[in-house]
Design a protein around this ligand. Structure first.
Ligand code: URP
Ligand code: ZN
Ligand code: ZN
Length: 465
């Protein structure tokens, strides 16, 4: 059924104007004033509202065997939570471990999502080893439309790669025009510091941050940048959490390394004092890199506001309280991760735009457009234009609410942002022209999501400046 959004104020990464938007066959076909209403059209009145391109979360974990358990979501639960929060596309980390076959892993992750996601999706393909099969398998995966790899410098013996494997991955990525995303922490130092703290009987969640200090992340970031510099590959640091790592990444950008930076909502809004809360209250806030000293937040927000930090994701990674308790008495066993797929856009709007730190266009860019450009989805996704998918968020900037596990839709029994106020939320969310959410309620089709292959109108990463 055709869709008409009337009377809204359209905001993209580089424009702002009042117009109607008409979509048919999943695509925006007309933008202009006072568009006519053909019969059988779904009409949404957006008077007094902002209309954004569907938001893109560039970093989520949904199916994830990790730390002796599984992340709590299904693609159905995660995608519905995403949509309620205005995210119409997510990019999931496909994470087979070193012991798994990469191609089998890729097919497994795809099969988990297919027919179960209510919003669109694609994957970053993790390279967790580089053996004699890897190159051929990665070529096949890229031929299937994947535009990005993921490497972990942390999580030794599970997801982590050594420097030789990083070099091989980057060299292949450069040839294929694939961007490489990286979790940058020095695995050796993390392991040694964990052992030392445990030997000193320092076992609680408050020890997680000291086991992975800022210098450990700065070293990983600097090393990744150095490998990019010497292979000519294009890279993207995921979940950058602190000023020393930020400085390392910006230095690399300034000397011409093709490096992009992601920050995630927990590092922008939460700090290590949350993980210092006693018992399970602290365990809820264990993620890697860890929540940091609060003094890191201003440099992150400042870099975000001027575009030195390119994107804001979530690193959505849900574990229930019972799963967090697996690390009682041993912080190294607390499943790492904080969920946030539902909250990201409203938190960034509230604490970025409403507080005057991030302008509206940078907000759209960081939460949607830039990820679409970097990961081969633009201009199908990430903007409002004739020919783009009708992924649209009619946003109510007047709405006021409070985040709570008692009202969220996510499939996890706590909310890391419990009690935080939000000012603004989506009042309608469409995916390829289909109305999926109305005023915080999922009203759509659960299996509507599509796997996204590279939009061939996007130049490949290695050709970008
Ligand atoms: O703590 C985190 N971040 N959990 C998910 C895995 C990862 O490192 O992204
Ligand atoms: Zn990570
Ligand atoms: Zn992650």
């Amino acid at each position: 059924m055709p869709l008409l959004i009337q009377n809204g104020e359209i905001v993209t990464a580089d424009s702002r104007f009042h117009a109607d938007i008409y979509a048919e066959n999943e695509t925006i076909t007309r933008i202009g004033p006072n568009l006519e209403v053909p019969p059988n059209t779904t009409v949404l009145d957006a008077r007094g509202k902002l209309v954004f391109p569907g938001f893109i979360d560039p970093h989520v974990h949904i199916y994830l065997p990790f730390m002796s358990t599984f992340a709590k979501d299904t693609h159905e639960t995660a995608s519905i939570a995403a949509l309620i929060g205005g995210t119409t596309t997510y990019i999931e980390m496909c994470c087979p471990s070193r012991n798994d076959d990469a191609l089998e892993g890729y097919l497994l992750w795809k099969s988990k999502a297919e027919g179960h996601s209510a919003c669109d999706y694609t994957f970053h393909m993790s390279v967790t080893k580089f053996d004699s099969n890897t190159e051929e398998q990665l070529r096949q995966i890229v031929a299937d439309g994947i535009t990005s790899f993921k490497i972990f410098l942390a999580y030794k013996n599970f997801f982590g790669v050594d420097d030789g494997e990083m070099y091989q991955t980057l060299t292949l990525a450069r040839e294929l025009g694939v961007i490489v995303t990286a979790h940058c922490e020095n695995a050796e130092l993390v392991g040694r510091l964990q052992q030392k703290l445990m030997a000193e009987r320092k076992t609680g969640p408050e020890c997680h941050e000291p086991s992975r200090p800022e210098s450990v992340e700065a070293e990983g970031t600097n090393r990744f940048a150095t490998f990019l510099e010497n292979t000519g590959a294009t890279g993207y640091v995921v979940h950058l959490s602190c000023e020393p790592a930020l400085r390392a990444a910006i230095r690399a950008k300034q000397r011409g390394v093709k490096l992009y930076i992601e920050s995630v909502i927990p590092h922008l809004l939460l700090d290590k004092s949350y993980a210092e809360r006693p018992g399970v209250e602290g365990m809820k806030y264990v993620m890697s890199p860890p929540l940091r000293d609060r003094r890191n937040q201003k440099p992150l927000w400042d870099a975000l506001s001027v575009g030195l930090i390119d994107t804001v994701g979530t690193d959505h990674c849900p574990f229930d309280i019972e799963q967090k308790l697996m690390g009682k008495g041993n912080f190294t066993q607390i499943p790492n991760g904080i969920p946030g797929i539902e909250e990201r856009v409203n938190l960034l709007y509230t604490y970025g735009v409403q507080q005057g730190t991030v302008d509206l266009h940078r907000f759209v860019d960081a939460a949607s457009t830039k990820a679409a450009k970097l990961f081969g989805l633009f201009p199908r996704k990430g903007t409002i234009a004739v020919g783009s998918d009708a992924d649209l968020v009619v946003y109510d900037p007047i709405y006021k609410g409070v985040i709570s596990a008692s009202t969220h839709s996510g499939n996890v029994n706590y909310n890391a942002f419990e009690g935080m106020k939000i000012e603004g939320r989506p009042s309608a969310v469409t995916v390829r022209g289909r109305l999926q959410v109305r005023d915080g309620v999922f009203v759509g089709n659960r299996g509507h999501g599509q796997f996204l292959r590279r939009d061939t109108r996007t130049p490949i990463a290695s050709l970008r400046a």
